[in-house]
Design a protein around this ligand. Structure first.
Ligand code: B12
Length: 137
């Protein structure tokens, strides 16, 4: 698959992206890595330009729920990216565990998979990419 891998607007962490890029490439995917601090507008433009099969968003700075919501809303604003599979994961909040209400808001906005930061979440990401469907808390 061609996958756009992206950080989100406020998040300057990069090793999560380096790790995920290698992880996805080792599984045979073609990764277009946008890097950290990607605005919703830039993400949307990159998706139009590269026509990926899926988008993987990563965040660890604690603002993931909020920033990913803006990113997903921008992706879903137009009809051409409405069906593009989107997964988000990492350390999305500051509570140290997933927050169901915020995950539900992300799913309602059109995010297909809301994942965490454990090894099981990487397995869940692989499963999602193999057969995109709504998964995760
Ligand atoms: C290194 C580091 C930094 C470096 C980053 C350098 C760089 N080039 O990236 C520096 C010093 C710059 C930094 C800055 C900050 N950091 Co920092 N940082 C870390 C630290 C110590 C390690 C992160 C790292 O590189 N890990 C290695 C990578 C490979 O692992 P990872 O990031 O966890 O990613 C894994 C998983 O999260 C998961 N994953 C990630 N994304 C996704 C996506 C999907 C779909 C899936 C399935 C899985 C997944 O898979 C990855 C591989 O296992 C962590 C603490 C920690 N031990 O995790 C804090 C940490 C991430 N930082 C934190 C914070 C708060 C900040 C700052 C806001 C601090 C500040 N007040 O300025 C700033 C960020 C500013 C910003 N605008 O974003 C907090 C985040 C709090 C939270 N989420 O609850 C942490 C957790 C520290 C803490 N315990 O408080 N940081």
């Amino acid at each position: 698959m061609k996958i756009i891998l992206s950080g989100i607007a406020s998040d300057s962490h990069t090793w999560n992206l380096v790790y995920l890029g290698l992880f996805l490439e080792e599984r045979g995917h073609d990764v277009v890595a946008l890097g950290p601090c990607v605005s919703p507008r830039l993400l949307t433009a990159a998706c139009r330009r590269h026509a990926p099969d899926a988008v993987v968003l990563s965040s660890v700075n604690g603002h993931g729920y909020r920033d990913a919501l803006a990113a997903v809303r921008a992706l879903r604003a137009g009809p051409e990216l409405a069906a593009l599979p989107v997964a988000v994961g990492g350390k999305l909040g500051t509570a140290g565990h997933s927050r169901e209400a915020e995950a539900a808001r992300l799913r309602a906005a059109g995010c297909d998979a809301v994942l965490g930061d454990g090894a099981g979440d990487l397995d869940a990401l692989c499963a999602f990419l193999a057969a995109p469907a709504r998964v995760g808390a």
